[in-house]
Design a protein around this ligand. Structure first.
Ligand SMILES: Cc1cc2nc3c(=O)[nH]c(=O)nc-3n(C[C@H](O)[C@H](O)[C@H](O)COP(=O)(O)OP(=O)(O)OC[C@H]3O[C@@H](n4cnc5c(N)ncnc54)[C@H](O)[C@@H]3O)c2cc1C
Length: 591
């Protein structure tokens, strides 16, 4: 059997070893001292900025470790999640259709396929629709940086499957064309896949299901089917994207609370996180295939390669993801100060940076949960260790909201159908997109996004507020630009956060005006962040870098509530989140 795709090979990754300079290690030791940081969050924030700035003069890989180290760490974690106690009793061939679950560890589709068959065929379909344009405004649907991250993830998935006696078949085409044809050729009884929840992905699922109905498999091949023998291959979904399982929610998803805190309290009280699935050491034998297909080049996807020369370069794939968990939790011991540093903007270490791997499914949220619990047992439990889980529950929440609200998440009026006169002024939007608004904090964040594919959570909230509140631009333009650029783009988290930030989200109490002067003063008091991304500001006194006046480009719009850093009474969202944070800190302390 010969299945051909592309003839190019993927350039293999070679990562330089990053050396820590002495000033960084000194600052890191201060940064990881819980006594200093726990009591002085503002100091922690400044330290974080300074630490990062010191180490940010050039590009930094995330994770920092070289490829030998990442390999070693991943092997150790794989060993911990290997079990040979399960018996395989299935028959025939099962297909695993990889989607946003590009991992081996804790992958239920892979596990179920293994249990139900004698042979697994793992497949990834390079769907041309992923490389088309966004829905309303015609931006590239997948920018070059995320495409590169995806290709690295697929190369790594293939490597990890090969270690377990399998391989990954790369096919170029729509899943609804590719999968039925493969099912027919290999007489597969079932296609296993991770369930998605947003309309574009669900439509693909429906098409695949419909087309599989057209395929007849010889009855002797379908003996291993998990339910009754059937002449058509089945499409079986597993739930695998969230930390808490969809099936364990204490309410029907249609009754999901519209207030996050109510949701979080209910699941924390009534649900437990399921354990990660352990896989056998060998998942083979693979089906007899001569040519497993090559990964496409960026050019073949219609994109130009983009080098990250500054800021963070994320390495795609499960091996890098596991290594980042090890690096952040265990090697650098940063988990214990997460809550104090998480609002930083500069460098890899103020927050976990797990999101790109979570979005592509290279990292299981349940694995993070288990690692947090292990850390709490072996090192310490504090509000920071809890807070990583708190943020992951936000991620779960947006996923479940997408089930409850469906396409309303993408509508201009959001889930509540809020009426507002939005502008689609091209000049204003382009100034925002290109980082030319005249506000250093906005411009620096937008330049980071287009250069690296990443932006801090603080930055995202600020640029979102500026676009919709100060410029009055249609929030969907911002959301679609994020869709193009973000390495961690996920429809639920992205559109969920944008609807929140624009005041059209499901929670009517959310009001998100972020005052730029106040944000700059609190989160970038020395202008380290803006000077990193806008080097022309380095010659300006530190306290003026965020307010450079005539020394920087002209401000494209006035701020809704003025530019003085003393006029910050409208920074309501920050107030709201802080009030929530306090409540949650109290809650944690009671445990
Ligand atoms: C306008 C806007 C758009 C966003 N778009 C996305 C997106 O497309 N994909 C995405 O993963 N996140 C998105 N976020 C949420 C958040 O900014 C990122 O998850 C976070 O910055 C990733 O960095 P981290 O992994 O270091 O996060 P950490 O602070 O280390 O948090 C740990 C994890 O918790 C989850 N998390 C944290 N905050 C949020 C949040 N507000 N919503 C959902 N999950 C959260 C993420 O999975 C994250 O990796 C968006 C936020 C805003 C304000």
């Amino acid at each position: 059997m010969a299945i051909f795709l592309f003839t190019t090979t993927l350039p293999f990754l070679s990562l330089p070893t990053t050396t820590l300079n002495s000033s960084k290690s000194t600052l890191t030791s201060i940064l990881t001292n819980p006594t200093t940081l726990h009591h002085f969050p503002a100091i922690a924030m400044n330290l974080c900025t300074t630490t990062s700035a010191a180490s940010c003069s050039s590009m930094q890989h995330v994770p920092e470790q070289d490829s030998n180290q990442t390999e070693r760490v991943a092997n150790l974690i794989f060993q911990r999640y290997t079990s040979n106690n399960t018996n395989r009793s299935g028959k025939g061939t099962a297909i695993v259709w990889f989607r946003n679950d590009l991992r081996v560890l804790d992958n239920e589709a892979l596990y179920k396929a293994w249990l139900s068959s004698q042979t697994i065929l793992p497949v990834y379909c390079v769907d041309p629709r992923l490389f088309a344009t966004t829905y309303h405004f015609g931006f590239p649907k997948t920018g070059a940086l995320r495409a590169q991250f995806l290709l690295e993830s697929l190369a790594d998935l293939r490597k990890n499957l090969m270690k377990r006696g399998l391989n990954l078949l790369i096919q170029h085409g729509k899943p609804e064309d590719v999968l039925p044809s493969l099912a027919k050729t290999f007489g597969a009884h079932t296609v296993y896949a991770q369930k998605e929840t947003c309309s574009e992905e669900v439509n693909v699922e429906r098409s695949v299901s419909r087309c599989l109905q057209q395929v007849g498999v010889p009855s002797e091949e379908s003996v291993g089917a998990p339910t009754t023998s059937n002449s058509h291959p089945k499409l079986q979904f597993v739930w695998g994207t969230t930390m808490y399982h969809h099936g364990d929610l204490p309410f029907d998803v249609s009754c999901l609370p519209d207030v996050y805190t109510q949701f979080r309290k209910a699941i924390e009280a009534k649900c437990t996180v399921r354990s990660c699935i352990k896989l056998p050491a060998s998942l083979g034998p693979p089906p007899a295939i001569e040519d497993w297909g090559c990964l496409p080049s960026l050019e073949q996807l219609g994109l130009y390669s983009q080098n990250v020369s500054k800021g963070m370069k994320f390495v795609g794939g499960e091996t890098a993801a596991l290594s980042r968990v090890y690096e952040y939790f265990w090697k650098k011991d940063l988990l214990k100060v997460y809550k104090e540093t998480r609002n930083g903007m500069l460098g890899p270490d103020y927050s976990t940076k797990f999101s790109p791997w979570l979005a592509s499914g290279s990292l299981s949220p349940r694995l993070i949960y288990e690692e947090v619990k292990r850390y709490e047992n072996e090192r310490q439990a504090n509000s920071s260790t809890y807070w990583v889980l708190f943020e992951l529950i936000w991620r779960d929440y947006f996923r479940f909201l997408s089930v409850k609200y469906g396409n309303l998440l993408f509508h201009i009026g959001g889930p509540r159908n809020v009426q507002h006169n939005w502008s689609q002024d091209k000049k204003l939007f382009e100034a925002w997109r290109d980082g030319c608004t005249g506000y250093p904090l906005i411009d620096a964040n937008m330049k980071e996004l287009s250069t690296t594919g990443f932006m801090s959570n603080r930055g995202r909230q600020i640029v979102c507020s500026f676009l919709v509140r100060d410029m009055g631009i249609d929030w969907r333009m911002g959301a679609e630009w994020f869709e193009t650029c973000l390495l961690d783009y996920d429809p639920c988290s992205n559109y969920g956060n944008w609807t929140y930030g624009s005041g059209v989200g499901n929670d009517p109490r959310e009001d998100r005006y972020f005052s730029i002067p106040k944000q700059a003063q609190t989160y970038d008091p020395e202008g380290e962040y803006v000077a990193y991304w806008l080097p022309q500001l380095r010659i300006i006194a530190k306290d003026k870098r965020n307010f450079p006046g005539n020394l920087y480009i002209r401000q494209i719009v006035p701020l809704k509530f003025g530019t003085s850093s003393r006029h910050n009474k409208d920074d309501k969202s920050l107030g709201a989140r802080r009030a929530n944070d306090k409540g949650n800190e109290r809650r944690w302390n009671r445990r």
